[in-house]
Write a protein that binds this ligand. Structure first.
Ligand code: GLY
Length: 313
């Protein structure tokens, strides 16, 4: 059964961003659903959903991306096709409005999986797309976040790790990764994830997002997963692949989402979130941070949530 699931990042989202975050994921899920309704592929639908989230300054991807220790934008993204396990990813790119579409170019136009920095950006130019300036990508909120955190470790402690949820600051301003997973009417499955990373990160730091099996993974015979949260933790447990591994061993998407995140917390004290869809259109949505906006679209469902008590799918 065709189905779209999107997320807008798992982190300590303050009350003031709840409404725009929920609206943003609903809009992205609707756009992806329109692609499917027009007989588009799962791959086209995940790209469309993530482009929509990248264009929305509420989220840490594309416009609205957070800033590194030098106050600059460096973005990561991945897209993957469950039909043939083809994937494309980019890391540390700047001046690109839609890194997910650059990841798609890597997949479609090169023999490689992951391109970084200037090499990836050159592919964008060669395809005839225009670059954007930091005036477009960097929002006032991202500048304020940079002033607020300055240091990566302060951002990580506040947003993902170390403190119990109830002790974490509620005035945190950082953002997090976006992503989408889709199964289409033909049973093809795809996933995509995009991020500006974590405020104050070192120049050249690459997180989990563009790493196959960490930020995303999909396989038509099992399902698709897109992750969000503390990248250094997610990479250590290859969170997306771990969730699909659990499904290969009989877990439901919901069980796989819960167990994969529990293992990440037990083994490396990391927090985050994950969205999953399986070939039947069953979903798993779970997070261990304070909040994570998500939305689901199918012929029968138009659901969304952001609070821990909404994790009942
Ligand atoms: N999950 C995004 C990052 O850590 O870069």
């Amino acid at each position: 059964m065709a189905c779209v699931v999107v997320h807008g990042g798992a982190w300590a989202i303050p009350d003031g961003l709840v409404e725009s975050s929920v609206k943003g994921v609903q809009e992205a899920a609707d756009k992806a659903w329109s692609v499917l309704s027009a007989n588009g592929s799962a791959l086209d639908a995940v790209e469309e959903a993530v482009r929509c989230l990248e264009d929305n300054p509420t989220f840490d991807a594309g416009r609205g991306a957070v800033l590194n220790e030098d106050g600059k934008v460096e973005m990561d993204a991945i897209i993957m096709d469950g039909k043939n396990l083809k994937c494309g990813a980019v890391a540390c790119v700047s001046g690109i409005a839609n890194p997910v579409s650059l990841a798609r170019l890597v997949m479609d136009k090169t023999d490689h999986v992951l391109l970084v920095g200037a090499g990836a950006e050159r592919l964008w130019d060669e395809a005839g797309y225009t670059r954007v300036t930091d005036d477009y990508l960097v929002t006032e909120a991202a500048r304020q976040e940079f002033q607020h955190f300055m240091k990566f470790d302060k951002a990580v402690v506040s947003l993902f790790n170390t403190q119990p949820v109830e002790e974490r600051p509620t005035d945190t301003l950082d953002h997090e990764t976006v992503g989408a997973v889709v199964v289409d009417a033909k049973g093809d499955i795809a996933c995509a994830t995009s991020t500006g990373g974590i405020t104050g990160k070192k120049v050249g730091r690459v997180g989990d997002t563009p790493i196959v099996g960490s930020g995303a993974y999909c396989d038509n015979s099992v399902g698709a997963a897109s992750t969000t949260g503390h990248g250094e933790s997610i990479m250590k447990v290859t969170l997306a692949r771990k969730a699909l591994w659990l499904m290969e061993r009989g877990k439901t998407p919901k069980e796989a989402a819960q167990e994969a995140l529990a293992e990440m917390h037990t083994k490396v004290s990391g927090c985050g979130g994950i969205i999953i869809v399986n070939p039947d259109g069953h979903t798993g949505i779970h997070f261990t941070t304070k909040r994570m906006p998500w939305a689901v679209r199918s012929r029968y469902q138009r659901k969304y949530g952001i609070e821990p008590e909404d994790q009942t799918m």
